[in-house]
Design a protein around this ligand. Structure first.
Ligand code: ARG
Length: 465
């Protein structure tokens, strides 16, 4: 029959539009497996506590096994009339096993039921994301290791700044992803608490055992306040915040891939399978995948704001507003999971064009700071050294050459206006001006020297186990 689980107190049915407007089954059926797991744990507890009979539990378990199979085979008849995943499954259970199905909801409300389902679902999603972050990281480390000695210009303001290695540059993204993983792990702790037992908002008069249900479902502890447990979705907001940061990091990397792949820069090439052509311009190879990662970061940021906005005006305890938490949450998890999958593969397909990177280094006076440091080590105060090198760069621009192409005399002439600079220069200065010399000298922890890049990669591998 079409009667709703709660229709007893109503004198007229809802309109078709209201039915469609209030139903969530089209999207919350994704939590069916979690809903069944939660119900089975609840029923087991009810039977242990003598609240339902052992035969009821057996009926419920039999019915749920059948329902699970129907859902997996795509045979389950989801119905808008039954509003959401919870009522659809409960109704089918009752059709299959009769009174035992009607007893399942004893001491429970959809409010603590849905809060439990979301937490179970999100916990699985977080575990999947954490595993995918590791896949991405391992592949990133391989590319970084292969390029621990590959010089490229480091940029500030997108102007050539100082030489770094491509490996060092990639390891910056490793560090970001490590913090991302930490955030997801931390969020998992607060997600992994059991709302069930809070019932609608105040708890239940039945002698329930929440600790047992928590252990059955792998929760670390029970939510300590029934009103809080059924109403807050802060764990989902935290998840979206962690996701927004992860996507922001990958969006920055994507922007760099796009830039590096531009023929005007030409530092890398991406494997064809991550690019598409143009329907009009035959020569084009466009970096669509990184562009889409950059674009999809927008929708994840949007979901975070959606959930924050959803919560901010809600009085305690449960309000139907919370039904709107699912689509942004699911979409965020889907987006992060697909993005990580694609990135893990894309990163290994990067073809590094080391010659172009080195060419770019010879065009921006990348070792000017090394020259200033050299003068400082010879006793010149840093501000004077900075000024002397600035004069040398200006002279180089006039001559149209790079600093290493000056003779010792030319360098001395250029620096002459700064007292004490010229006489501190000798032939050793040319070793300092080389890219390799510049890289090797930054050999403290966190520096770009190839030896430190390798050490950072070794530490990372040890962290990943
Ligand atoms: N479909 C609802 C949701 O997603 C389940 C909880 C409904 N509870 C209620 N009292 N209407 O939040």
């Amino acid at each position: 029959d079409a009667a709703k689980a709660w229709s007893g107190r109503f004198t007229e049915p809802v309109s078709e539009l209201v039915k469609r407007y209030t139903a969530s089954v089209l999207f919350d059926q994704r939590m069916a497996a979690q809903d069944i797991r939660g119900s089975l744990a609840h029923a087991k507890m009810l039977a242990r506590q003598g609240i339902i009979a052992a035969s009821d539990l057996a009926d419920i378990e039999r019915g749920m096994a059948q329902i699970q199979g129907e859902i997996e085979r795509g045979e389950f008849a989801w119905s808008l009339d039954d509003e959401d995943v919870h009522l659809n499954i409960e109704k089918r259970l009752t059709a299959l096993v009769g009174d035992a199905g009607k007893r399942l909801h004893t001491g429970r409300s959809r409010n603590d039921q849905v809060a439990t389902d979301i937490r179970l679902w999100l916990r699985d999603a977080i575990d999947q994301i954490l595993a995918l972050v590791v896949d991405f990281q391992k592949n990133l480390l391989d590319v970084a290791e292969a390029n621990a000695d590959t010089p490229m210009p480091g940029f500030t303001h997108l102007q050539v700044a100082q030489p770094v290695t491509f490996g060092h540059h990639l390891m910056a993204y490793y560090e970001m992803s490590r913090r991302d993983a930490e955030r997801f792990k931390d969020c998992r702790k607060r997600t992994n608490r059991l709302p069930l037992g809070s019932a609608a908002l105040a708890g239940t008069s039945f002698p329930i055992d929440r600790e047992f249900v928590a252990a059955e479902l792998g929760f670390d502890e029970v939510c300590a306040n029934s009103l809080d447990a059924v109403s807050d979705r802060d764990f989902a907001i935290e998840f979206c915040a962690a996701a927004a940061l992860l996507m922001t990091h990958l969006s920055r990397l994507s922007e760099e891939l796009v830039l590096w792949m531009s023929p005007r820069v030409g530092f890398i090439d991406l494997a064809d399978r991550f690019c598409t052509g143009s329907s009009i311009m035959p020569q084009k190879k466009n970096p669509d995948v990184p562009e889409l990662v950059r674009g999809k970061t927008g929708r994840v940021n949007g979901s975070l704001i959606a959930l924050l906005t959803l919560m901010k005006g809600q009085p305690l305890a449960y309000n139907k507003d919370n039904q709107e938490d699912k689509e942004p949450l699911f979409d965020t998890a889907d987006t992060v999971i697909d993005t990580l999958r694609i990135y893990a593969d894309m990163i290994t397909g990067i073809k590094v064009k080391a010659d172009a990177m080195r060419d770019a280094l010879s065009q921006g006076y990348a070792t000017a700071t090394d020259l200033a440091d050299y003068l400082v080590k010879k006793g010149l105060p840093f501000r004077d050294a900075h000024e002397a090198v600035a004069l040398a760069v200006r002279a180089a621009e006039v001559k149209g050459c790079d600093l290493p192409q000056f003779s010792l005399d030319e360098l001395r002439v250029a620096m002459a206006p700064v007292a004490g600079a010229a006489q501190r220069l000798d032939d050793e200065v040319f070793a300092v001006l080389t890219v390799e010399g510049s890289l090797a000298s930054r050999k403290h922890i966190g520096g770009t020297a190839p030896v430190q890049v390798r050490a950072a990669i070794a530490r990372a591998r040890a962290q990943l186990g």
